[in-house]
Design a protein around this ligand. Sequence first.
Ligand code: NAP
Length: 333
Amino acid sequence: MTYFKDQMFPPTISSKKTNFTQNFNIMFGKKKPVDKIDREQLELIENSQKRIKQKKRLYYHFVIFLIGAIFLIVLNTVLGVGEHTKIWGLDWFVFAILAWLFLFIFHLFNVFVTHKFMGKSWEEAQLNKLVAKQKKRIAELQTDLEKTHPIETAIIPAQTTLAPEKKTKVHKNLTLIAAAGENDAIGKDNKLVWHLSDDLKRFKSLTLDHCIIMGRKTFESFTKPLPNRTHIIITRQHDYSVPNGVIVVHNIEDALDAAKNDTQPFIVGGGEIYKEAMPYADKIELTRVHERFDADTYFPKIDSTEWKETENKLHQTDANHKYPFSFITYQRR
Ligand SMILES: NC(=O)c1ccc[n+]([C@@H]2O[C@H](COP(=O)([O-])OP(=O)(O)OC[C@H]3O[C@@H](n4cnc5c(N)ncnc54)[C@H](OP(=O)(O)O)[C@@H]3O)[C@@H](O)[C@H]2O)c1
C-alpha cells in the first residue's frame, strides 16, 4: 500500500497470497516465532492485571491502616485528645482501630476469597443458569399458549426461533483513516494509485503512538511495520506469522478488544476492513483526492444520514502533489 510505504519505506514487495511466504522473508528477514494474541490470552492478561491491582490496593490499605492506628494512639496518649473518653473502660482509640481492622479484614476477604471464586467464569456460569431458566419458562408459556389458542399460535414458533439481530456497538473515537479518489478508489494491485507526501505526513502525525488495525493484505503491502504504532492484523489464517510485537486477530471485534486501551485506535484499511469496521467507527478522516482512478479496491459509501462533515481543508496541486485533495473529517451523527 503506497499510502504508507512510499513515504516511509522503499517500495519493494508485491503481496499476492500465493507468494506471500517468500515476500514475507524478503520483507522482514528470517521468519520469527509466531506472536499471536488471541481472545483467551487477552483475557488472561486482563485478569492477572486486575488481580495485581486488587492486591496492590490491599497492600496500600494495610499500610494506611498501620499508620492510621499509630496516629490514633499518639492522638490519644501523647496529644491527649479525648483523654477521658472511655468505652467500657477502654480508651476510644481501641474501638476506632478495631472498626478499621474490621474494614481491612473485610477487604482482605474480598480479595482472597470472594474475587477468587466469584470471578468472570462464576459470572458466566450464573448468566448461563439464568438464560437456561428463562428459556425453560418461555417453552412452558409457549406450550400453555398452544393449548389455549391452537390456531393463533401456529405462527409463534417461527417468530420466537428467529436469531436475535446482532447489534453493532459504535466505539468512541474509533477512526477510519483513508485516502480515496472521487470514485472512492483506494488501491490497485495492493498498492495506492497516487503519491501525495502531505497526506502521508498527516497520516503519520495522526496515527503515531496509536493502534492501527488493518487487513492482512494491507499489512503485506508494507515493507515492514510502521514505527511507533501497535499493529493489529486481521486474518482468517490461524497460522499467520508476523514479526514480534505485531498482534494477529481473526475478526473485527477481537481487533477492537486488543485496542481497547488506546484512546483513539485507527482502522487503516483496506477495502474489506473499512467496510466491515465502518459500523463500529465514530469518526472518519478522509483524504478525498479530486480525480477518478482506475482501481480494484474501493472505500465504502459515506451515508450522509449517518455521518456529518465537520472539517474540510483543500490542498492545491503543486510540485510535490500531482492532484488536488481535501482533508475531510466526518463525525457520526
Ligand atoms: N487509500 C487508502 O487509504 C488505503 C488504505 C489501506 C489500504 N489501501 C489499499 O487497499 C487494498 C487492500 O485492501 P483489500 O480490501 O484488498 O484487503 P484488506 O482489507 O487489507 O485485507 C483483506 C484481508 O483481511 C482479512 N479479513 C477481512 N475480513 C476479515 C474477517 N471478517 N475476519 C478475518 N479476516 C478478515 C482476510 O485475510 P486472509 O485472506 O488472510 O484471511 C482478507 O483477505 C490495497 O490496494 C491497498 O493499497 C488503501
